[in-house]
Design a protein around this ligand. Structure first.
Ligand SMILES: *[C@@H]1O[C@H](CO)[C@@H](O)[C@H](O)[C@H]1NC(C)=O
Ligand SMILES: *[C@@H]1O[C@H](CO)[C@@H](O)[C@H](O)[C@H]1NC(C)=O
Ligand SMILES: *[C@@H]1O[C@H](CO)[C@@H](O)[C@H](O)[C@H]1NC(C)=O
Ligand SMILES: *[C@@H]1O[C@H](CO)[C@@H](O)[C@H](O)[C@H]1NC(C)=O
Ligand SMILES: *[C@@H]1O[C@H](CO)[C@@H](O)[C@H](O)[C@H]1NC(C)=O
Ligand SMILES: *[C@@H]1O[C@H](CO)[C@@H](O)[C@H](O)[C@H]1NC(C)=O
Ligand SMILES: *[C@@H]1O[C@H](CO)[C@@H](O)[C@H](O)[C@H]1NC(C)=O
Ligand SMILES: *[C@@H]1O[C@H](CO)[C@@H](O)[C@H](O)[C@H]1NC(C)=O
Length: 308
């Protein structure tokens, strides 16, 4: 057990040495553009169907063929433009998701499965930008627990093609079973995963009641991470996703004859930054003496661990 911990520490040491944030920080997507060229419609996003897109992802190799998973949450293009940038610095998307309790995959390793989405923006079908997982309250190793035990996870895509450049982030949320069950989705896992995500993003003290939410339901609240505090307003809307089990991936296990795989509701999140660190750099660089010492120790220890 101790050897295992040392091994993990050794693996992560370079990342920890650079900055403790980097241990679960992603490689930012270089193609991600800043908001300046966005053309945000009043709704905060463009309906993918207007550009030959779909509200369901495209999952490879399903049986029967052609099943998909719901794009059941949208970070609106009217959100703070910093939050729409796929980065950890400046209060970006990754930092926002840390505040909600989601981190990048275990030790930076993608589990391999990809899904495509066509957001109707002219970019056609693209694989998800990345997968983020519930971190069980542990920013460094929590997503490793998620990979093994299962839990909430998301895939996301940005609507930023020339034909519909809202800058909105389309998210597919679902709650997975443990890896021993091949990461199937739990019963009602698309609707429950969405609502637990909403509960986390708005800092609710009790669960969002999945059987009672309806078109027009709203939730609001604040989360914070790395010195940034975010205010998130959520509205439930119908009319975009179908209320059905037909054509939905894992529909045999997520639905019953009284509960549809999808209840037909999408959540729209408007996220604003309400406070920032007084000097944004301080929160992100290891400038405190104990951090420098830890960095030095870890860096020096790596070769020793690797030789064991
Ligand atoms: C519409 O989307 C489908 C599936 O993504 C694709 O096969 C088809 O070529 C697209 N049609 C147009 C006109 O873009
Ligand atoms: C998406 O991922 C699959 C592998 O799962 C790969 O074969 C395919 O080329 C990728 N598509 C794009 C557009 O990158
Ligand atoms: C937050 O997310 C976790 C993991 O998905 C879930 O167990 C918990 O119930 C959520 N909290 C709320 C208030 O929804
Ligand atoms: C989240 O809610 C708890 C109480 O339920 C509160 O103590 C905490 O300050 C809230 N977090 C933020 C960032 O407002
Ligand atoms: C949902 O509610 C809004 C008003 O809040 C209304 O404009 C819209 O038509 C409703 N959608 C459906 C599909 O009933
Ligand atoms: C799942 O979707 C497939 C494909 O549309 C459909 O044939 C099947 O009846 C659905 N199963 C359930 C349980 O809804
Ligand atoms: C619904 O499913 C239950 C078992 O899950 C079964 O007992 C019942 O007969 C089903 N009802 C209908 C109308 O198919
Ligand atoms: C979805 O459809 C079922 C009937 O199949 C209905 O009972 C339920 O209220 C609908 N859900 C929503 C959110 O409209």
């Amino acid at each position: 057990m101790a050897a295992m911990s040392l091994f993990f520490l050794a693996l992560c040491a370079p990342a920890l040495a650079a900055s403790h944030y980097d241990a679960r920080a992603p490689t930012p997507n270089p193609l991600w553009r800043r908001g300046s060229s966005r053309n945000v419609p009043p709704a905060g996003f463009y309906d993918p169907r207007n550009g030959n897109g779909s509200w369901l992802t495209s999952v490879p190799d399903t049986f029967p063929a052609g099943l998909g998973e719901p794009l059941n949450a949208i970070i609106l293009g009217s959100s703070d433009s910093s939050v729409l940038v796929d980065q950890q610095t400046d209060g970006g998307w990754r930092n926002y998701m840390f505040s909600v309790g989601f981190g990048s995959e275990c030790l930076g390793q993608h589990d391999g499965s990809n899904q495509g989405a066509n957001l109707g923006d002219g970019n056609g079908l693209l694989n998800q930008t990345a997968v983020l997982r519930w971190d069980y309250g542990d920013p460094v190793f929590g997503t490793c627990t998620e990979t093994v035990e299962g839990g909430n996870h998301i895939r996301y895509w940005t609507q930023d093609g020339k034909k519909a450049d809202s800058g909105a982030i389309f998210v597919a949320v679902s709650y997975e079973k443990p890896i021993a069950d091949q990461h199937d989705i739990i019963f009602d896992g698309y609707n429950l995963g969405r609502d637990w995500f909403v509960g986390n993003a708005t800092n609710q003290s009790s669960l969002v009641p999945t059987t009672q939410v309806t078109n027009g339901s709203t939730y609001s609240g604040q989360t914070s991470y790395g010195g940034y505090t975010y205010h998130t307003d959520v509205t439930y809307v119908s009319g975009f996703l179908p209320n059905t089990s037909i054509g939905v991936n894992h529909n045999l296990t997520v639905s019953s004859n009284t509960t549809n795989a999808l209840d037909g509701l999408v959540v729209l999140l408007n996220v604003q930054i309400v406070s920032k660190p007084s000097s944004a750099g301080i929160a992100l660089s290891p400038t405190r003496p104990w951090q420098l010492l830890l960095s030095a120790l870890l860096t020096a220890s790596v070769p020793a661990f690797l030789l064991l």
